[in-house]
Write a protein that binds this ligand. Sequence first.
Ligand SMILES: Cc1cc2nc3c(=O)[nH]c(=O)nc-3n(C[C@H](O)[C@H](O)[C@H](O)COP(=O)(O)OP(=O)(O)OC[C@H]3O[C@@H](n4cnc5c(N)ncnc54)[C@H](O)[C@@H]3O)c2cc1C
Length: 340
Amino acid sequence: MKILALLHTQDDGALPKAALEVVTAAAGLAAQAGGTFAVAVLGAGATAAADAVAACGASAFYAVEGDAVAQPRYATDTAAAAALMQAAGAEVVLAPGTSRFARCLPGAAYRTGAQVDTHVAAVSVEAGAVQAQRWFYRQRILGAFSRAARPWVLLVDSGVYAPWSGAAGAAQAQPVAVAFGAEDSRTAAQGLQAPAADAQTIRPDAPILLVAGAGWTKKQKDGQYHIGEAGALIQGFLQKAQASLGSSKSLVDLKSDGQETLNFMSHMNQVGQTGSTPRHPKGLSTCCHGEEPHAVGWRFINERRAINLDANCGWAQGKADVVYVGDAFEIMAKVNALLG
Ligand SMILES: Cc1cc2nc3c(=O)[nH]c(=O)nc-3n(C[C@H](O)[C@H](O)[C@H](O)COP(=O)(O)OP(=O)(O)OC[C@H]3O[C@@H](n4cnc5c(N)ncnc54)[C@H](O)[C@@H]3O)c2cc1C
């Protein structure tokens, strides 16, 4: 079985964490199958990036670099990925489920006659056949499946495997020539617009997720709203703990209802059935009831804690490991003070 870890570099030429996780997945799959695997890298600095994982145990390395693939672009990335898969004679292709690859690998699969699956949460060899797992129905059902089609491209979700780490070396990656057409480069990125680092509240790799619920915007025990104070407490914690910020649906819906609310949150922060399913080692829910459509988004949060005034809130019904029954304004002020 010819297994290929298909990777791309990021702007600085390094491999993203999700790519290193795929190296671990490919090495594990090859070990289970009793075979070898190859590594292929595309993007700026691809050859040097292959050197960075030279000791991963791959039997061969391939690279496509140069101006054409220096920036992510559907046409050139698709052509490069297809060329790398063909050069490696790949049968099972594991690739990181990054935005760059999620965009181009379905096209590369089509061109190489491959089948492609996304959001893969595990790969293994069962009774001699490669088997993949992914979640269905909003992470409620875990399905295991295999396909007879080869090549088979699997986009692996990040956060599932430990990133590979080891010494750099000389991978001697074989450069793969790609016949790019003139029209392949007609789309070009003019630049990057990103919010300031401190305005970026969604941090997928953060060790902790802080979820803010609608309670922060409700009248408190003095009969008054304390939205400014709520914002300062939440942002203070995010900054001190370098946490990622999630939200309940009720809180972010307030904005569309025109009510005064926390202006640094949007529907992008919403966790749950109609929101996201982030992966973090720990999560702290504050002023959020923990209803099922919200709590289902906590599927991949390993350790869950909640702060709520209500000892009968949803979190206390078996959805959290620890529930602090108390006032989140007081508790978070204390937590922030302890964090220094
Ligand atoms: C089809 C469908 C899909 C949905 N999808 C989602 C989804 O993706 N994500 C989602 O979040 N919801 C979703 N919902 C909505 C969900 O059912 C809840 O309505 C929502 O999660 C409630 O938000 P909340 O807990 O922040 O607000 P509330 O229910 O208003 O709870 C506020 C909580 O704050 C507590 N509180 C108030 N003040 C304090 C204080 N000082 N200290 C501590 N605690 C305090 C209160 O005790 C209360 O428990 C969906 C609903 C449906 C029908």
